[in-house]
Design a protein around this ligand. Structure first.
Ligand SMILES: Cc1ncc(COP(=O)(O)O)c(C=O)c1O
Length: 386
C-alpha cells in the first residue's frame, strides 16, 4: 500500500480567476502603482466596510507605517502582547519605540486589558493589541483605556481578517489604525502583502507617500518630500488579492467548517479553553458574546506533561505537518539583551508558548484529513509523556 500524501500545515486556494487577473496585469504592462493596485485597495475597503485602505508589501510594512502615522518615536513606550508573531513588536523597534509587554488572557490568548492598564506609565503613548490566532482582542475595553489615558491604538489584525469584536464591529472598522497581512497561510493571500486601514485621511496620505520613498501621493513631484521606504505592493500581487476578495466569504466559511470538524473530533481528547479538562488537550476558545473568531490556524495546547517535540516528531512521521506556535517575543535574544526581559515575567504567555502546537489547517481540508490528524495526534500523545 502506498503511503498517503502528507497533510500540509497550510495551503492557499488559488484558481483560474487569480490566473486571469494576473494575466490581465501582465498584458497591461502596468506592474507597479497601476490600476490593479487601486482596484484592490477599493475592493478591500468595500469588503471590510471602511472608506479607505492602503496596500503595502507586507503586514509588517503596514504595521510600520501605522507606527509612523501615529508619530510614535524614540523615548515612547507602547503596551503590547508578548504572545504574538515577532513583527508586532519589531515594528516598534524600527522607530526606537519601547515595547512594554504585559501578560495575556489564558482563554483568548490576547492582551489582558487589566494587565495593560497596570502597565501604563509616564512614557506610554499607545497600545498595540494583536488579534492572535484570529480571535479578536478586547478592543472595546482597550479603546476605553486609550480614551481615558490619552493613548493611541494600533491594531495588529494580521491574523484576523473578518473577525468581529465584543461590540459586534468587524475588526478594522472602528477608526482604529489596523494592519492586515496576506502571506499564503492567511485568510486571503497576495503571496506577500499587507494592508493598512488608516485612522484618518492624513494617515492614509502619509502612508501612500511613505510606501513610495516619500514621494507625493499624486506622483506630480519627482522630489521626495519626506523619508520613505519601498513598501509598494506589486500589481501582480494586487491582482491575486482582487481574485481572493471575490471568494473571501467562501474561504472564511470553509475555514470555519474545518475548525468545527476539528472541534468535534478532538472533543474526545479535551475541550475548548475555559471549559477543557486541564489534563487533556485545550482547544481554541469558543466565541463569546458578539466576539467572532476568523479562523486563521487551528491550535491545540498540549497537556503540561506531554513532550511537544516528541509529538511534533511523531506527527511528522505520520505524515502530519504541525508546528510549535509560537515563542513569546520577550524571550527572544535581542529583546532580552536590549530590554532585559527574562523568563517568568509573563507566565501565561510563557506557558502557552511552551505547549501550543498548530495543526494542518486550510479551506479545502477534507473530513478524512481531519480524521487522519485526529488519529495521528491521539496516537502521538499516547507515547509522549515526560
Ligand atoms: C500577528 C502578526 N503580525 C504581523 C504579521 C506580519 O505580516 P507579514 O508576514 O505579512 O509581514 C503576521 C504575519 O505573519 C502576524 O501573524
Amino acid at each position: 500500500m502506498t503511503e498517503p500524501e502528507a497533510i500540509p500545515l497550510a495551503r492557499p486556494e488559488l484558481g483560474e480567476r487569480e490566473e486571469e487577473l494576473v494575466a490581465e496585469v501582465l498584458r497591461s504592462g502596468r506592474l507597479s502603482l497601476g490600476p490593479m493596485l487601486e482596484r484592490f485597495e477599493g475592493e478591500f475597503a468595500e469588503w471590510l466596510g471602511v472608506d479607505d485602505a492602503v496596500a503595502v508589501s507586507s503586514g509588517t510594512a503596514a504595521l510600520h507605517l501605522g507606527v509612523r502615522g501615529l508619530d510614535w518615536s524614540e523615548g515612547d513606550e507602547v503596551i503590547t502582547s508578548p504572545f504574538s508573531f515577532v513583527a508586532s513588536a519589531n515594528c516598534l523597534l524600527y522607530e526606537d519605540v519601547k515595547p512594554v509587554f504585559c501578560d495575556i488572557d489564558p482563554i483568548t490568548l490576547n492582551l489582558d486589558p487589566g494587565a495593560a492598564e497596570a502597565a501604563v506609565g509616564e512614557a506610554t503613548v499607545g497600545v498595540l493589541p494583536v488579534d492572535i490566532l484570529g480571535y479578536p482582542a478586547a478592543i472595546p475595553a482597550l479603546a476605553e483605556l486609550a480614551e481615558a489615558r490619552g493613548l493611541a491604538l494600533l491594531e495588529d489584525a494580521c491574523e484576523a481578517l473578518g473577525a468581529a469584536d465584543a461590540g459586534g464591529e468587524r475588526l478594522g472598522t472602528r477608526g482604529i489604525a489596523s494592519a492586515f497581512a496576506f502571506y499564503p497561510n492567511k485568510q486571503m493571500t497576495t503571496g506577500e502583502g499587507g494592508m493598512l486601514v488608516p485612522a484618518d485621511g492624513a494617515m492614509a496620505s502619509l502612508a501612500r507617500s511613505e510606501r513610495n520613498q516619500g514621494r507625493a501621493p499624486d506622483m506630480a513631484l519627482v522630489d521626495h518630500a519626506r523619508l520613505g521606504f519601498n513598501y509598494r505592493l506589486p500589481d501582480v500581487a494586487a491582482a491575486i488579492g482582487v481574485a481572493q476578495l471575490e471568494r473571501l466569504d467562501g474561504l472564511l466559511s470553509e475555514r470555519a467548517r474545518v475548525a468545527a470538524a476539528y472541534g468535534e473530533r478532538l472533543a474526545e481528547l479535551g475541550g475548548p479553553a475555559g471549559e477543557g479538562d486541564p489534563d487533556g488537550l485545550v482547544l481554541p476558545c469558543a466565541d463569546r458574546g458578539h466576539e467572532r473568531r476568523s479562523w486563521f490556524v487551528y491550535t491545540v495546547r498540549l497537556p503540561k506533561a506531554a513532550d511537544r517535540d516528541a509529538v511534533l516528531g511523531d506527527l511528522a512521521n505520520r505524515g502530519v505537518e504541525a508546528k510549535a506556535y509560537m515563542p513569546s517575543i520577550h524571550l527572544m535574544p535581542h529583546y532580552r539583551e536590549r530590554f532585559g526581559y527574562r523568563v517568568g515575567q509573563f507566565p501565561v504567555a510563557e506557558d502557552v508558548s511552551a505547549r501550543l502546537l498548530s495543526l494542518p489547517f486550510f479551506p479545502s481540508m477534507t473530513e478524512d484529513q481531519v480524521e487522519r490528524v485526529f488519529k495521528a495526534l491521539d496516537e502521538s500523545l499516547t507515547g509522549a509523556w515526560v
